[in-house]
Design a protein around this ligand. Sequence first.
Ligand SMILES: [Zn+2]
Length: 175
Amino acid sequence: MIAELSAALAAIKETASLARVISEAKTDAEIKAATSEIQSKLIALQMDCFSLGDVVRLREEQITHLKAKIAEFEDFRSQTEGYVLEQLESGSFVYSKNELVSGREISVKLCPLCYSKNVKSILHSIPVAKSSHFHKSRCLLCENKFLMNKNPDYERPKSFGEIGRELNGERWLER
Ligand SMILES: [Zn+2]
């Protein structure tokens, strides 16, 4: 039981027994003493009620806060329904799901870091050069960048030796 409630109930019990003392009192002095004790018990009881009010108010605030947290989580759960953890060709882990976007089914990928914080954030692709082995994506919320699947347009950058040979070859042709 809440401590403040136990204190209030104890004060009520003591006040009731003091009332019995008054009804059985034989002298004015006895009545006066019991009456003044009842008054102080009632003041204590009033204080206990104020504390109890504070406890109830605090609990209500906690309930409101928890309800908001639950609603937030339920909202995230419904927004991310069907998304599954997937490992891409680069090794990165993302949450993905095939979604219909402008009548076209595409694989929408979510940021795993934001997902772990119950936030749905779609990864946006960044244009990459031919020298990049993998496609890249960026989370607009946490700014993290991820290596995605292989870049089909990938071309291995030429080595200095190859560049040198090409240049010499051209010079040889010019002669
Ligand atoms: Zn993110």
